[in-house]
Design a protein around this ligand. Structure first.
Ligand SMILES: Cc1cc2nc3c(=O)[nH]c(=O)nc-3n(C[C@H](O)[C@H](O)[C@H](O)COP(=O)(O)OP(=O)(O)OC[C@H]3O[C@@H](n4cnc5c(N)ncnc54)[C@H](O)[C@@H]3O)c2cc1C
Length: 504
């Protein structure tokens, strides 16, 4: 590699890094984008949601393992993130009755509701049944999510094109004017004597110079690691590993948040009716575009749980979407449950946890993966909220007139060491549900917060205490997002790109 120099050096070609590199380079700024992983854009397995699931644990997966988590039965969770996964949308087909003013139509990314996909063909057999079951529980369809208020039943939206192909940011955001260099992991940021970032050092020792700014977009695990390896972080930890302190920043790697969740499988009374993926009757070609699901219901907590945990919650949470229940016509890899059309499933996810974890370094070597301690369910609020959410899912699937006609009961995971698990019922005690959550729940690759805005960076992503260095990725999101993160991260990356352009 010849000596590389550009005005802006972006580290990490994931969701946010590609947006920033694209927006800057399309505005005639010189940009180098450095990505640790390979260019996976022509790998056909990455193109579709269902094939993409097979990438987990493979060569495109970092497969981070967390430390054992005392509050989830001492299990070490796998934190799978795909290098170059990369995921200003436009929102054309949507639910009937949607207010067009609430949607954009000229962004680079095509976003579709499930019902609007495939010319309206992708309507799963139980679409209306699930909606009616929610209505039985008093939860109604929120068509527009006006002003971002998502409490109620929401239609799932996917960012796939008219052929059902995923639209990661490296595909949708043009990078033809950026100098994209793959298979080049970055070790650290280089500073001059005035704490100004002047470029980066690669793991192989070569250097890349930034005339104006270095922008870290290496994700919630790697960005804090790079900051610490560069001398920006908690001084005691840096001293322990013999790293020269550039700026004492105690919150780097603190405040890790993620969405802990549980998948439950429900046995169908009559699998021959073709209600679930893998069965013979589930055959319409449109059903195989994207994931077979259609609704997510977002919920606030009941007053008694909020009152009990008032020291942990914030004003206004009585109206916030603290947890969600999604229904799917496929079983997402629950041990021992076959994907053969016999089961449908729910995903119950804690959207606004109050537990926080940490990301630290193991050594001064860039080769060592970061040490991750997520501390899921370490607060009473989180345990109460997710137990309540899981019971809501059980109630929906097994105790509403609409769905109990379809579902026989819950099938617990079948796994060595967990042979004694009994099927959950709507009347299960809180202790039994919590135990299931702790033993079989998992995180959702929605991590963020480890270089939090207000603590590590300012409102424009500029790292406190140094100059010429910004962070633009999920690390800067200071509190958990009340939904799957992609849409907000795209909006944030677009905003940060505009701020960088304004500064230039
Ligand atoms: C399997 C999976 C499924 C998901 N599904 C959904 C979903 O359905 N909906 C949703 O909203 N969100 C989903 N997410 C979450 C979403 O993908 C993340 O929130 C988002 O990608 C975070 O964006 P980011 O820019 O912060 O980091 P990333 O997109 O993770 O980008 C970080 C990039 O930096 C690179 N990198 C890391 N270290 C270095 C280094 N030292 N040098 C150079 N490059 C480096 C990485 O290889 C990666 O490409 C999913 C995530 C995963 C892993």
């Amino acid at each position: 590699m010849e000596e590389q120099i550009a005005d802006y050096v972006v580290v990490g070609g994931g969701l946010a890094g590609c947006v920033v590199a694209s927006r800057l380079s399309q505005n005639d700024k010189s940009v180098i984008l450095l990505e640790a992983g390979p260019d996976a854009s022509s790998n056909p397995t990455t193109a579709f949601f269902l094939t993409g699931l097979s990438l987990q644990g493979g060569e495109l997966d970092y497969a981070y393992s967390s430390e054992p988590v005392p509050t989830t039965a001492d299990r070490a969770g796998f934190e799978e993130t795909l290098p170059t996964t990369t995921s200003g949308p436009s929102w054309p087909p949507m639910s009937a009755g949607a207010n067009l003013q609430e949607h954009g139509f000229d962004g680079p990314m095509y976003v579709t509701s499930i019902a609007g996909a495939e010319g309206g063909q992708r309507k799963y057999p139980h679409r209306e049944t699930v909606l009616k079951a929610w209505a039985e529980l008093g939860v109604s369809h929120n068509v527009d999510m006006k002003d971002g208020a998502s409490v109620g039943v929401n239609e799932i939206h996917e960012n796939c094109d008219s052929e059902g192909k995923r639209q990661p940011s490296n595909v949708v955001y043009p990078l033809d004017k950026a100098n994209v260099l793959t298979n080049l992991p970055v070790h650290r940021v280089i500073f001059d004597g005035t704490n100004r970032a002047t470029g980066v050092e690669l793991v192989d020792g070569r250097k890349v110079t930034a005339r104006k700014e270095v922008i870290l977009s290496a994700g919630a695990y790697q960005t804090p690691k790079i900051l610490m390896l560069s001398g920006v972080g908690p001084s005691a930890q840096l001293a322990e590993h013999g790293i020269h302190l550039v700026h004492e920043s105690p919150y780097v790697g603190q405040n890790l948040h993620d969405h802990y969740a549980i998948h439950l499988a429900y046995r169908l009374r009559d699998p021959s009716l073709g209600y679930a993926f893998g069965g013979t009757g589930f055959q319409h070609p449109a059903f195989f575009k994207g994931l077979p699901w259609d609704w997510i219901a977002n919920h606030p907590l009941p007053e008694d749980i909020l009152t009990k945990n008032k020291n942990e919650t914030r004003a206004g949470w009585e109206k916030r979407n603290v947890y969600k229940v999604g229904t799917a016509y496929v079983v997402p890899g629950i041990p021992g449950i076959p994907v053969d059309g016999t089961h449908i499933s729910t995903s119950t996810m804690l959207l606004l946890p109050t537990s926080r974890g940490t990301v630290t370094i193991r050594s001064s070597s860039p080769a060592d993966l970061p040490r991750i301690q997520p501390n899921y369910l370490s607060t009473q609020h989180d345990r109460d909220a997710l137990v309540h959410g899981t019971r809501t899912a059980m109630r929906l699937l097994t105790a509403t007139e609409n769905l109990k006609a379809v579902v026989e009961g819950e099938s617990p995971p079948v796994k060595e060491g967990l042979e004694w698990l009994e099927p959950l019922t709507v009347d299960a005690s809180d202790e039994v549900i919590l135990d299931r959550l702790q033993r079989t729940g998992e995180q959702h690759q929605h991590s963020g917060g480890t270089a939090a805005m207000g603590k590590v960076v300012d409102a424009e992503g500029k790292v406190f205490g140094v100059t010429g260095l910004r962070v633009a990725d999920a690390s800067i999101v200071p509190v958990p997002l009340g939904g799957h993160p992609q849409a907000s991260l795209y909006a944030m990356a677009e905003q940060l790109a505009n701020m960088i352009l304004a500064d230039s």
